[in-house]
Design a protein around this ligand. Sequence first.
Ligand SMILES: NC(=O)c1ccc[n+]([C@@H]2O[C@H](COP(=O)([O-])OP(=O)(O)OC[C@H]3O[C@@H](n4cnc5c(N)ncnc54)[C@H](OP(=O)(O)O)[C@@H]3O)[C@@H](O)[C@H]2O)c1
Length: 240
Amino acid sequence: MAMVVLGAGGGLGRAITLELSKQYPDERIFALSRQPEVPETDSSDVTYCRIEDYDEKALGAWVSEFKNNGEQLSGVVSTIGMLHDEETFPEKKLTDITADNLNKLFSVNAVKPMLALKAFLPILDRKKTRFWVQLSAKVGSIEDNYLGGWYAYRSSKAGLNMLLKTASIELKRTHKNLIVAAIHPGTTDTRLSEPFQERISTDKLYSPELSAERIVAVVKNLKPENTGALWHWDGSRLPY
Ligand SMILES: NC(=O)c1ccc[n+]([C@@H]2O[C@H](COP(=O)([O-])OP(=O)(O)OC[C@H]3O[C@@H](n4cnc5c(N)ncnc54)[C@H](OP(=O)(O)O)[C@@H]3O)[C@@H](O)[C@H]2O)c1
């Protein structure tokens, strides 16, 4: 059996790849990234694969190869997501909103993860595939939004949560052992959180290794009846 990590070149993606290889020594881990150079590990169970992008064409081709090689999928953790880049920074107020930023964040945080799930459908085994996990964010919880701001990030993660919940309902009918879950990793010391770390007390900023440990522990504890929910890294359920 094999597991797949999408976005394996990012801070959490790298740490989750290593944690999965530690926790599941009998499984092969395929670590997919767009980055040309992903640091190799000494774990012979991890296979790094470069992918052009997380779109239907590139993922579809990868999935076909996986299938043709006779591999069987036990689970996927996708870390795909963004908060900022050179041109995009989280909005503080309504006047900061632009169509470009909204489109970009919806595309990376909601559209790409869902096209990935769609592309993986042919290899989601009805009995043996146990989880589809996508990292989301607590700030994407509509009910939990007390501070405002970060319009594009919040709403794209809220949209992601709805898309995952909807897919969980459809997949429950055919894939009775599959858990579809969104997980909030906690504020983790990666490129994504880097510009915002000054405001966070050191005991609330977690290392990628610690967050990966917690995320994999949540994944291990989930049961099929838990499908379609948003989880905190401590294993508690977050409101949508
Ligand atoms: N760090 C935190 O404090 C924090 C808090 C809450 C939620 N999260 C969520 O956790 C996940 C992982 O974040 P991270 O902290 O590990 O950030 P990161 O280091 O920036 O990694 C993000 C990953 O998303 C992929 N990605 C980024 N921009 C993309 C684009 N334009 N198109 C396609 N893929 C793109 C990259 O995959 P490649 O490997 O292919 O480059 C990268 O590995 C994200 O979904 C994020 O929203 C993080």
